[in-house]
Design a protein. Structure first.
Lengths: 114, 113
């Protein structure tokens, strides 16, 4: 079945450690996104990519890094520079063929700090 | 309006009643407006993608309108059912060719049986 897969579902980070969240899609979508959700807040955009080998910073990119080496994959690394990484992370993808393309979301990764 | 804003933040509605809530977005360089429903323990799912001023879309008991000149969209739910309980998110895209979607904080809807 076509869809978007995030892993792991739960992730724990130690102080000073970098961790990578996986996002894979088989929908042949050009655009991919990473959002962060904190309790009581909306989805905030971390990074997005419109095409392979290109990506743009969102509203809260500091302390995060991404890569887009393949169309299907858009991993997010939470670096040690991100001082408040505990949050729920959602990955999404979207086709760009028409103006009416909607987002498809993964099931999310809950990241916690040990 | 610089950000996408949604109101109210939360809402309790009696089963069978109708309800509506608002999404405000920057009207300059408007490109598209999305509505999503996010049920607990599930992934957000798209309800509508709207692009034209005056557009109205409907999906069962849920409908949405769009005013791009004044920068707002309304989501209506007719005859609320318990399965309508969810957080409703809107997101806007500004500028053609820029795929950045900015979300509002959502309206959390609880239907009281």
């Amino acid at each position: 079945d076509g869809g978007i897969t995030q892993s792991p579902k739960y992730l724990f980070r130690k102080e000073g450690q970098n961790v990578t969240l996986s996002c894979e899609q088989n929908l042949n979508h050009d655009a991919m996104y990473w959002y962060r959700q904190d309790p009581g807040q909306g989805l905030r955009l971390i990074y997005y990519s419109q095409i392979v080998n290109d990506f743009q910073k969102g509203d809260i990119a500091e302390g995060y890094s991404v890569s887009r080496e393949k169309k299907e994959s858009f991993p997010l690394t939470v670096t040690s520079a991100q001082k408040n990484p505990t949050a729920f992370y959602l990955c999404a993808s979207r086709g760009t063929g028409t103006t009416n393309e909607k987002l498809f979301f993964g099931s999310g990764t809950q990241l916690s700090v040990l | 309006i610089l950000n996408v804003e949604q109101s109210p933040q939360s809402l309790h509605v009696q089963e069978g009643d109708s309800t509506n809530f608002t999404c405000s977005f920057p009207s300059s360089n408007f490109y598209a407006l999305h509505w999503y429903r996010w049920e607990t323990a599930k992934s957000p799912e798209a309800l509508f993608v709207m692009t034209l001023n005056g557009d109205e879309k409907k999906k069962g008991r849920i409908s949405a309108t769009l005013n791009t000149k004044e920068g707002y969209s309304y989501l209506y739910i007719k005859g609320s059912q318990p399965e309508d309980s969810a957080t409703y998110l809107c997101a806007s895209i500004s500028n053609f060719g820029n795929e950045k979607l900015t979300f509002g904080t959502g309206t959390r809807l609880t239907i009281i049986p």
